[in-house]
Design a protein around this ligand. Sequence first.
Ligand code: HEM
Ligand code: HEM
Ligand code: SF4
Ligand code: SF4
Length: 442
Amino acid sequence: MAKHETPFLDQLESGPWPSFVSDLKQQAEVRAKNEEGVEFQIPQDCVDDLLGVLELSYKHGRTHWKHGGIVGVFGYGGGVIGRYCDQPELFPGVEHFHTMRVNQPAGKYYTTDYLRKLTKLWDFRGSGVTNMHGATGDIILLGTTTPQLEEVFWTLTHDYGQDLGGSGSNLRTPADCLGQSRCEYACYDTNAMVHFLTNEYQDELHRPAFPYKFKFKLDGCPNCCVASIARSDMSFIGTWKDNIRIDQDAVNKYVENDAAYPANAGAFKGSKDWGPFDLEKEVLSLCPTKCMMFKDKKLFIDDANCTRCMHCINVMPRALKIGKETGCSILCGAKAPILDGAQMGSLLVPFIEVNPDNDYEAITEVIENIWDWWMEEGKNRERLGELIMRQGFQKLLEVTGIDAVPQHVQYPRTNPYIFWKEDEVEGGWERDVEEYRKHHLR
Ligand code: HEM
Ligand code: HEM
Ligand code: SF4
Ligand code: SF4
């Protein structure tokens, strides 16, 4: 029997999708029965109260969570997100109900043994409710009391070899696609780089010193499975310099509709009958730069004009492969629509070497130059993307020492104002403002 009546929440369960309400009800019941005999360290009925307070929010049309509050673990400025309920008398089980962000492993690889240990700990010291994973990438442990925070942290760090993730005005937990561990499209080892960046920037992750949050996300190729281009202040997207590798025999197998060569590796086969594969319609005419041609049973790609969109490779993976000279592109300034609307990342470095042997020095140099600028010039709660908008992309190039290249130009000829600096023009110039003004007396 449920502790609180929840007619509004019950309504939410009627939709076609899996419902978090059903999940919470299930968890409330598991805790009530407690068949495993867990010695709960927070109220046994906290999940019932969570449902109760949410129901009340729907009834009142406003939240009953107080915003934030400073809670955390010793020595860290992030990783715990304070949540206090403003109705502690009605719902004592969620009087404090803090969230812990736990740094997910690169590529989100776990052993079942580890997952069992983690959920066991969270049943014991928290609500048992998790979010695997939050949009941040972290393992989200939802709901515990203040005294449990240090206890959970101790077990995570001492027994599980695991750390908290980022929150607040910190570097957030770096996140990546599974990359070369599973995917043939990966242009660099995203897991290795995420692991490196996480270790290298521990201070930035745990001790807030930034104007606002800062996110790294890493995609092994432009398919962008973690959507780094839309969701991170600095996005690292795998790419290649040389040519797409073409297996002409395999291209012809696709053209001949050979059953062993299904388009898109057969990915959409079940959804409907797409008819026979049509190279012209499904690949050539969809190439965004129209840089492909098929003639006399041969496929040509004008690689200088290819934007590495991945489309042709995704459709004919047995015939086309990414190039061999691989690295990544760096894009900056994406963010969600808090101020000024949503923004995608802007391309800063079209190609950069990804070299674990020298600790990714080319990449960390770009990162640190950007941080120096943003920490100096960024206003409180100003994301990198907003600083770029306020001071200009030209300023970003200046602080990173990166030369302007055609790839930086999104729309040519929209801005007639180009201001050269003396050192940018051969021979420079000398100008005396006082002298000039003599001729322009009012
Ligand atoms: C109907 C109720 C709720 C809705 C619709 C809602 C919606 C959302 C959405 C859309 C996000 C961003 C997605 C994500 O980061 O995974 C989010 C994140 C989050 N929510 Fe909620 N939320 C609800 C209730 C709660 C409650 C009750 C708590 C805590 C008591 C909570 C704590 C959080 C936290 C800590 C995050 C950040 C997770 C992360 O790090 O990624 N939310 N919520
Ligand atoms: C190579 C020389 C010049 C360049 C590159 C130049 C460029 C421009 C540009 C880009 C605008 C803004 C257009 C707009 O956004 O509406 C403008 C406006 C204007 N320019 Fe020039 N200009 C030049 C010479 C001159 C000269 C010699 C005069 C006057 C003798 C002049 C008078 C004006 C005026 C009055 C406007 C404002 C027009 C308006 O607001 O409707 N310009 N100019
Ligand atoms: S982003 Fe590219 S490399 Fe990473 S998993 Fe997706 S397709 Fe593979
Ligand atoms: S990767 Fe994209 S841009 Fe390049 S050839 Fe293929 S379809 Fe065209």
